[in-house]
Ligand binder design. Structure first.
Ligand code: SF4
Ligand code: SF4
Length: 312
């Protein structure tokens, strides 16, 4: 792909988060791409799942329709009406595909656009604002999501252009992507943070909506064919799904033949709950919380198999 074509390539981004220290080496800027083929019940970024931009509503910030009518005034689709408590009802079927003038009209930042169209140039201009931090810390840009390779052409254009600009690159991936897209991305990546949630495909499908065959095959390809890419596998520990020693031992055993691969557990948290409310959805996990007293046993199960390759 030509350099100028890559710079103009556009995709849908729902957040750019600076100064992260958890998602790859050094200080990182995280670029969150919208869209994911999985529908994990515990997803903490529900705004990442659908590919198109979505309108979110923070009722707690709204001035109420008795005091403010700015958003219904700009909505030509009549998607906004007064609810009995004086706040907004959003007709989400009418909202689809709108460019969201209501978000700009709202004086209280009660309306939020999850997702906007950005070009590679737009994204990298933001990322490069932190060039000095990357140079000192060994950090760079991390693509996240959603699944970055759900928008594979955009993700690849971002990675190619980042490499031309000598930025270090990482990608958080669910592993559910076209094999060819992952193979094209791998040589452009310094680090891959690869989720493996369960090795039993039927259990995986019941909780994420998809079997894991392609995910595991993609992992093997990455680990066997791309020796220059550092790989860290991560397992989100989810109550009732994989928070038992047998499951963690099975994942560790799957990773054991790959000596370059590190492993990490990520305990479930409920930080995304409010975003489900903003999107008029209910969180599939409800009030379920992780029993953190289990974590030492799970860590021990992983360490028994992987020794120092297990990271806490
Ligand atoms: S996003 Fe568009 S259609 Fe939906 S409420 Fe706002 S202005 Fe109306
Ligand atoms: S413009 Fe904002 S503050 Fe005013 S009614 Fe709409 S959401 Fe509420």
């Amino acid at each position: 792909m030509e350099e100028t074509d890559d710079r103009r390539h556009a995709g849908t981004v729902f957040n750019i988060q600076k100064y992260s220290i958890h998602d790859g080496p050094g200080i990182r800027t995280l670029v969150f791409l919208k869209g994911c083929a999985l529908s994990c019940r515990w997803c903490s970024n529900p705004e990442s799942q659908r590919p198109q931009p979505e309108l979110a509503y923070n009722k707690g910030r709204c001035l109420g329709l008795d005091k403010c009518v700015r958003c219904p005034a700009v909505c030509v689709r009549n998607a906004l009406s007064r609810s009995p408590d004086g706040t907004l009802d959003i007709d989400r079927a009418r909202c689809q595909g709108c460019h969201m003038p209501c978000v700009d009209a709202c004086p209280a930042e009660a309306l939020i656009a999850y997702g906007k169209t950005m070009t590679v140039e737009d994204v990298l201009a933001k990322v490069e604002q932190d060039g000095a931090f990357y140079a000192r810390s060994g950090g760079g840009m991390t693509l996240s999501g959603g699944e970055p390779l759900y928008q594979a052409d955009f993700a690849l254009a971002l990675l190619r252009e980042a490499k031309r600009r000598h930025l270090k690159t990482a990608m958080e991936t669910s592993g559910l992507a076209r094999r060819e897209a992952l193979a094209e991305a791998a040589p452009l990546l310094n680090d891959v943070l690869f989720d493996i949630k369960h090795v039993d495909s039927r259990v995986h499908e019941a909780q994420t909506g998809m079997p894991n065959d392609l995910i595991l095959a993609n992992f093997r390809m990455l680990a066997e064919e791309f020796a220059d890419t550092r790989i860290r596998v991560r397992t989100p520990i989810i109550p009732g799904f994989n928070d038992d020693e047998a499951t963690i031992s099975a994942i560790a055993a799957f990773l054991e033949p790959y000596p370059r691969v590190e492993y990490e557990l990520l305990p479930y948290h409920r930080l995304g709950t409010q975003k489900y409310v903003f999107l008029d959805r209910s969180s599939p996990m409800g009030e379920t919380a992780l029993d953190k007293t289990k974590l030492p046993r799970l860590e021990s199960a992983a360490r028994d198999v992987l020794k120092e390759r297990f990271r806490t």
